[in-house]
Design a protein. Structure first.
Length: 94
């Protein structure tokens, strides 16, 4: 069995939501880092990804202060990266 990763996703648009949702569906622990001024999602709502032959439902988790990740996914437009990248907590930076 593969290791369960702690993953943080910066950017919850189409790409970030798709990648995070697919990884969560594979039982990885995915937390979204969301700009509270732009998007307020109750965690109870969850995320539904509609695929051509089925759909995936998964819970949404928001990053909590002090949480660290094994993997950080940055799914932002170029002009948002500088303002958001400091909000992540990864164990190693490359």
């Amino acid at each position: 069995m593969a290791k369960k990763l702690k993953i943080q996703v910066i950017g919850s648009g189409a790409i970030g939501s798709l990648l995070g949702g697919l990884l969560a569906a594979k039982n990885h622990q995915v937390a979204f880092i969301i700009n509270e001024q732009v998007l307020k999602i109750p965690e109870q709502l969850g995320l539904r990804i509609i695929l051509p032959d089925n759909f995936i439902n998964t819970k949404i988790f928001l990053k909590r202060p002090g949480d660290e990740a094994d993997l950080l996914i940055v799914a932002l437009k170029r002009f948002h990266v500088k303002n958001q990248i400091g909000r992540a907590s990864c164990r190693e930076r490359v």
